[in-house]
Design a protein around this ligand. Sequence first.
Ligand code: CMX
Length: 434
Amino acid sequence: STDLKSVLAEKIPQQQERLKAIKKSYGSKQMGGVSVDMVIGGMRGITGLLWETSLLDPDEGIRFRGYSIPELQEKLPSAIPDGEPLPEGLMWLLLTGELPNKEQVAALSADLRSRAALPDHVNATLKAMHPNTHPMTQFSAGVLALQPESTFAAAYEKGINKMQYWDPVYEDTMNLIAKLPALASTIYRNVYKGGDLIEADPNLDWAANLAHQMGFQDQETQELMRLYQTIHTDHEGGNVSAHATHLVGSALSDPYFSFSAGLNGLAGPLHGLANQEVLSWLFRVRDELGDTPSKDQVKDFVWATLKSGRVVPGYGHAVLRKTDPRYACQRVFAMKHLPDDPMFRLVSLFYEVVPSILQETGKVKNPWPNVDAHSGVLLQYYGIKEQNFYTVLFGVSRAIGVLSQAVWSRALGLPIERPKSVTMDVIEKKFSGT
Ligand code: CMX
C-alpha cells in the first residue's frame, strides 16, 4: 500500500504484543547500575528510555531503524538520479521500520502537501512579536499557535479510548510536519526579507518546498536541504530536544505542546544552537586572521577560546566518541559541490587542529566534530547567510524523528515519565556510613 497510516496501523498490534512479551519475560532484569556520578552528571550512561526510531552507537554514530546514513543515501528514494535522500522516505522508515519505495514516498509527499497550508492567524501571531525575537522563539511560539488544531487534544476532551491514542497523534504529527516548511519560511521571510512570502510549489517535495518558500530555487540548494533535513531528524531518545518532546508528550500533552518543548531545548547553545555559534565563531576567525590562517594561528585561536572559559562549538558529544557521521556526510557533500570554498577550507583546517587540542585538555571525552560543526558553512555557500536562523532548520528536521517516536509512544501505551530525584543529604547519609 502507498497509504502510510494503514501500513503503520498493521504494524502496531505486533509491536504491542512484542512489548508485552518483553515486559513479561525480562521486566525484572537489570540493565546496568546507577552510580552517584550518574545521578549528579546529567544521567549520562543511564539507560532509561524506550526509543524505537533510532539508536546511537558511540563509535559508529546514528542508525535509523538499523540503517546508517551512507546506507540510506544509497537506499532511500531521491528526487533526482543519484541525488540525496528525500526526508519523506526517512519519515516512512522511522514510522514503519520499512524502507519505502518511490511510489510510497510520492504518496507521502502528496499527503504532506495537502496538509501544508498555514492558517492566517499564525503569521499574525508571529508579526505581533518584538522584531528582535530570535527565530527559535518565533518557531516555538508558531508551533504553539497551531496547537488549537490538535486532533489529539480534541479527541481526548471527547473521551477517546487509550487504545486509539496513536491515531489522532498520527494526524497531529502529519499536520504539524506538513506545515513546518510554511511556518519556518514565514519566519525567515518576515525577519530577513521584509515579510514578502512565497507560496508553496505543488510540484516540489517537502524539503525542496522549504528551500523554495525561503526564496532558494536552484536545484543544488534544494538537494542540500533534502540531505540536511534527512540527517538532523533523529539521534535516539536521550538528547535534549528528543527527551523534552518525549517527556512532555508522556503527560499526554499533544504533539504541538511536546514538540514546542523540544524546540525550546534545541535552542540551547550546547545543543542545536551550536550550529549558529559555529558560524559566528568562524566569522570571528576570518575577521581576525583572514581567509587563510596558518595552523599555528588557528591553534592559538582555539586555545584562547578554551582559556576564556568557553566551549569550542561544534566539537564534543555526550554519547559519540568518533567523528559524527552527520559531519562526515556533509564533508563529502562539500568536497563534491564546493571544494574550493574558503569557509569550507577553514572548517577543514579546524578539523585538523581542534581534536588534538581538546585531547590535550585531558577532560573532553569526545574531541571530534559533531553535526553542527559543518552545517552552517554549507548553508552560507548557497546564500542562506543568516546564522540565527540555522537552528530553525535543525528543528524542522527534528520534528520528523521525535514525532514519529511520539506516535509509537502512544501506540505502545508508554506511561508518564517520573524518575526519582534525591537531595545531597540523601547521598551523604547513604554512603558516609554515619
Ligand atoms: N569545548 C570545550 N570544552 C568541552 C567541549 C568543547 N567542545 N566538549 C566538552 N567539553 C568539556 C565540558 O564542558 C566539560 O568541562 P567541565 O568538566 O569543566 O564541566 C568536560 O569537557 C567534560 O565534558 P564531556 O563529558 O566531554 O561532554 P558533555 O557530555 O558534558 O557535553 C557537549 C557534551 C556536546 C554539551 C559538549 O561537548 C559541548 O559543550 N560541545 C560544544 C557545543 C556543541 O557543539 N554542542 C552541539 C552538540 C550536538 C547537538 O546536540 O547539536
